[in-house]
Design a protein around this ligand. Sequence first.
Ligand code: 5GP
Ligand code: ZN
Length: 113
Amino acid sequence: MEQCLFCRIIAGEIPAEIVYRDENAVVFKDINPQAPVHLLVIPVRHIARLTDPDAADGNMLSQIFTVIQRMATDQGLEAGFRVVTNCGENAGQTVNHLHFHILGRRCMSWPPG
Ligand code: 5GP
Ligand code: ZN
């Protein structure tokens, strides 16, 4: 997946403010933050979007959510935060490497746009 932007960030070919990484997940700051805290949590393995993981990815997905919990604690988001994954064109997915947005430290409205 040489052309994938987020794979290139993982490989260090494109700079990003990486705040966490382990064997399964990388977390970095969104380049165009929509909240005072706006992180992207991504699997190290290239997976295009949320409809692609299968049963064999269960552990990886579980670990991603553990990382999300850890980020919420590390970033002091006790007052609340939002996790978003845009899946596909209608949802507004612009990068085809699965990613979970963590948005926090401001109040948010619902429904989303
Ligand atoms: P999507 O629209 O696919 O749900 O989210 C993609 C996110 O990636 C957007 O919030 C966008 O700001 C972020 N993004 C796009 N290109 C880059 C980049 O080169 N570096 C970083 N850190 N974030 C990026
Ligand atoms: Zn990728």
